[in-house]
Structures are given as C-alpha cells and as structure tokens.
Design a protein around this ligand. Sequence first.
Ligand SMILES: Cc1cc2nc3c(=O)[nH]c(=O)nc-3n(C[C@H](O)[C@H](O)[C@H](O)COP(=O)(O)OP(=O)(O)OC[C@H]3O[C@@H](n4cnc5c(N)ncnc54)[C@H](O)[C@@H]3O)c2cc1C
Length: 367
Amino acid sequence: MEFDYLIVGAGLYGCTFAHVMRQSGKSCLIIDKRQHIGGNTYCKNEGGIQVHQYGAHIFHTSDEGIWQFVNRFVHFKPFINSPIAKYYNQTYPLPFNMNTFKALWGVTNAVDAQAIIKEQTSRYAVVRPSNLKEQALATVGEDVYEKLIRHYTEKQWGMKCEELPAFLIKRIPLRFTFDNNYFDDTYQGIPSGGYNVLTSGLIGNTEVRLGVDYFKHKDELNAMANQVVYTGKIDAFFNYQFGELQYRSLRFDHQLLNDISDFQGNAVINHTSPDVAYTRVVEHKHFESVICNHTVVSYEYPQRYVKGEEAYYPINDEKNNALYQQYKVLANENPKVIFGGRLAEYKYYDMHQVIAAALTKAKKQLS
Ligand SMILES: Cc1cc2nc3c(=O)[nH]c(=O)nc-3n(C[C@H](O)[C@H](O)[C@H](O)COP(=O)(O)OP(=O)(O)OC[C@H]3O[C@@H](n4cnc5c(N)ncnc54)[C@H](O)[C@@H]3O)c2cc1C
C-alpha cells in the first residue's frame, strides 16, 4: 500500500483528518472531484476580496480548544455577524432583538416589546402546533412571522409554511436587549485571507489530487491505501440501493461590480419579502473590511436538489433520517471505510463542529 489513508473530499473534515495523521507520521492521499481544496468553505480571490463561493461562512464557536486549533493556521479577524432583514423597502436588524422590535413597532423598552409579543402570540396559542406556521405564530406572533419568517422560509424550502413541519423552527430566540450579534458564541471571526489559508495549512505537504471523482477510479484508489476516509454522499457510496436521501440546494449568482465601492452597506442582507426569488445577498468585502473601489455580491437562490448537483442542506425529517439509518448500518459493517462530514453523516454541521468531529475520529484511530 502506498498510503495509510485515502481521504475522499478536501473539505474541512478531510483536511483536519489529514492534518492529525500527518502529525503522527501517517501518509495520506487526499482527492476531490472539484478543482479546488476547502469543500464548501472555498474562497476565490477577486482583486483582494475573498469571495465565499458556496455561501457566507462565518466561523463561530464556544469551544476554546477548537478556537486555539484553527488560530494555529490562520489569524482570525474579529467579525460580528449582524445581518439585516429587508422586507420590501423596510429594513430590520437581526436576530430578533430590541432593535428589530423598535423598527417594527417603535418600542424602546423590553416591557413594551414583551407585551406586544404576548398579545400577538396569545391569539394563536395552540397546545401542539401541527405545522411551521402555527409554531411561528404561537411563538413570535403575526408581525414577526409575516415580515421576517414566512416568505423567507417558503423561499428557503420551496413549500408553504402550512406544509412545513413545526420542528424546523422549534426554537425562535427572542432577545429583549439591544444586541444585533447573531451568534451567542464566545469566539467569532473570519480568517484573514480567506478559508483557503486554513485548509491549505491543515493539508500542509499532504499529497492532493484535484478533479478526481472517487467513483470513477474506486478500485484503483482503494488499492492504494489501507483505509478510506469518505466525506461524500453516503447514499451515493452505496449506489442508492435503499433510495435517495433528499437535500435542499442553492444557486449562487456572484457579481463583480466595478467602480462601486459599497453596494449594500452590510455583509449579509436577508430578503424576507416574496417580491424577489433570492433569500440572501452577501457582500464579501465587509467580512474583512476591505477598502477598494470594486465590490462582489452574491445572490443566493434556493433550489430543488437534483441528483448529481450540489447537495447543501440535508432534509432531516423522519423519512430521510430513517433512510440514513439504513445506510449507516451498512457503513458500520465496512471496516475499511470511515464515513465523516456533512454528506457522509447526513447532518448539518457548522465548521467548528465538523473540525471537532474529524479531530475526535482521527485521534480515535491513533489510540
Ligand atoms: C450555504 C452554507 C453556508 C454555511 N455557513 C456556515 C457558517 O456561516 N458557519 C459555519 O460554521 N458553517 C457554515 N456552513 C457549514 C460548512 O460549510 C460545513 O460545516 C463544512 O463545509 C463541512 O465540511 P465537510 O468536509 O463535511 O464537507 P464539504 O465542505 O462539503 O467537503 C466535502 C468534499 O468532498 C468532495 N466529494 C464529494 N464526493 C466526492 C467524490 N465522489 N469524489 C471526490 N470528492 C468528493 C466534495 O467535492 C467536497 O469538496 C455553511 C454551509 C452552507 C451550505
């Protein structure tokens, strides 16, 4: 065998796993079917602006160990994610907090805001909400639901809120302080120079082959390593023998705007009205406060997932979770292959979580 590990996928899971193994003197070969490393964290440099090619990525964690780990590879610029919601021509600060309530109702203190929410939610109190609409109305009331939740959610999932399960928004955090910081985590930031600095640091001098689809060269690749770490879709690995897992997909329209130094005045704007098909517009220069006279904006259009295209969000409803469990049984019976990461575990992972999962798995291998 040429390598100890063949790692399928150069995303954060694969890169982190490779790093631990390299540190322990093990040899790895990383392959990816894309033409770049980094998986969904990949950034493209557009004249000094790091453009997040697969959607805005903000690093946040309360895990001190993970924060220290990533800071060994790249300096993180402090960044507080404070998205804005745009509903027709009105803007509202997010997450739902006193600044949102002031913009909605003109209230300037928590007691008045709570009284309005109580009055609105009491009209929709239900013991067991049967869908997302009922869940939202009973938790936040009609104004927040109508202007900030309803159409955004319907665009995101391509279904009416009445048809969506309540569990999708089980918790809708309401903050009664003037605080637009989206995340509650202790640490938050954006890697200086983009995520590629982090992923190439993790990879180090490990051999990487890009533009290589595992399934097209499976036997030959398997024969090169003692073990395989597979971070692609689990149903694809088992040739969809029990059926296809469902996902929600996205299309990104990246636009370079010359001679415009600032397009929207904020990194992320959520479009919560039904007049536009996109859900978010991201202006990348604001992540690192880049000063230059051009800008890049990305429009995010939620899409139906079609096999063979990019799978973004797993649809973790009962039906899909049960199907995943069937594949997981097969995965557990396969001692040569380690299944890890968002696609192989059919799970929405944030970056800090996927790094933690890969570190744990790699260390377990070595113990
Ligand atoms: C729109 C969006 C926004 C996000 N924003 C945030 C955020 O703000 N903060 C945060 O913490 N997290 C965010 N995330 C989550 C983050 O992207 C993931 O945690 C992380 O990318 C998962 O890493 P991974 O290695 O599991 O998967 P991936 O990054 O998907 O990497 C898997 C790799 O495997 C490759 N691959 C698959 N099949 C094959 C094959 N057959 N042969 C060869 N290669 C293959 C793929 O090409 C891919 O490069 C976001 C996710 C999305 C979709």
